[in-house]
Design a protein around this ligand. Structure first.
Ligand code: CP
Ligand code: NVA
Length: 328
């Protein structure tokens, strides 16, 4: 049975049971239906939430903003140079002040401990909008998208390719363990997740989910329902650029990789932003310095009928709305 989520924070998916994730996904689907039908759902009229961002964001910021507005809530964006946090004021004091004024706080930043510290002292729900370690709200959108396109979560053969120890890989592994997916990481051994997290995932799975870490393409990809990838260099790790390209250049998701699944209907997923061409400043730099037209995914696969990346992006808003609605 799902407990009430009222007053709860979301720092990692490990904070939630399978029944609570189920409740969030079903609620998100209902809000999506209401939005498409043009039916107002301003159930938190008059409330206020703070959106703290130490790192840039398109989807997460916009999803929180639109979701809040649709629920009748006023969102306040606080960028890294807008407030005293970290420079003149501790996280604890900032949390206490924001908690006196706002009904909830979103935090995107570097250290996961900052999100934990905010949650300890704010007295209102704190939602992790991405830290170096976890990105839980993204996985809620990903799971909704998988249910829409594959029809279920349980037993889905899900392959995460690339940097197997970043916030996305960590969160997908924990979420898949709770929801009973057949989760596989395909990565070079140097980029496997921390053993402590893998142990935690096995514990959460309780024999329900399968978790495989491998650098063997055949083993990982055979029969896959979903192939997921993310950037090779996450925000804050820019000094790793050359090293990561060397480690991961053979792990690009392209037509050959999709063929190895043997499933013409395999879905391609990516949390975005994606380096699928050389049209951005970074893309151009990678093309000039490393001779690659794309990094983690080829432009062909990104734009193919297998790709559901923009459904994922849209579902950020519906799932974040469910999270705000149920926790306030
Ligand atoms: N997927 C995601 O979190 O995107 P943003 O960095 O644009 O928020
Ligand atoms: N791993 C990426 C995710 C971006 C949404 C990063 O942290 O930069």
């Amino acid at each position: 049975m799902a407990q009430s989520l009222k007053g709860r924070s979301l720092l990692t998916l490990g904070d939630l049971s399978a029944a609570e994730i189920r409740l969030l996904l079903d609620t998100a689907r209902e809000y999506k239906r209401l939005k498409y039908a043009g039916i107002a759902h301003r159930i938190h009229e008059g409330k206020n939430i703070a959106l703290l961002f130490e790192k840039p964001s398109t989807r997460t910021r916009c999803a929180f903003t639109v979701a809040a507005n649709d629920l009748g809530i006023a969102p306040e964006y606080l960028g890294k140079d807008d407030i005293q946090l970290g420079k003149k004021e501790t996280t604890e004091d900032t949390a206490k002040v924001l908690g006196r004024m706002f009904d909830g706080i979103e935090f995107r930043g570097f250290k996961h401990e900052t999100a934990e510290e905010l949650a300890r002292h704010a007295g209102v729900p704190v939602w992790n909008g991405l830290t170096d370690k976890f990105h839980p709200t993204q996985i809620l959108a990903d799971f909704l998208t998988i249910e829409e396109h594959v029809g279920r979560l349980k037993g889905v053969k899900f392959v995460y390719v690339g940097d197997g120890r970043n916030n996305m890989a960590n969160s997908l592994m924990i979420g898949s363990a709770i929801m009973g997916l057949d989760f596989r990481i395909l990565a070079p051994r140097e980029l496997f997740p921390e053993q402590g997290l893998v142990d935690w995932a096995h514990q959460l799975a309780g024999g329900q989910a399968k978790i495989t870490l491998t650098d063997n393409f055949e083993e990982a990809l055979r029969g896959a329902d979903v192939i997921y990838t993310d950037v090779w260099v996450s925000m804050g790790e820019e000094d790793q650029f050359a090293n990561r390209i060397n480690l991961l250049r053979h792990f690009q998701v392209n037509r050959d990789m999709l063929s190895l699944t043997g499933n013409p209907e395999v879905k391609f997923m990516h949390c975005l932003p994606a380096f699928h061409d050389a049209l951005t400043a970074t893309g151009r730099q990678v093309q000039e310095e490393f001779g690659l037209d794309a990094m983690e995914v080829s432009d062909e696969v990104f734009r193919s009928d297998n790709s559901v990346v923009f459904d994922q992006a849209e579902n950020r808003m519906h799932t974040i709305k469910a999270l705000i609605a149920l926790t306030l």
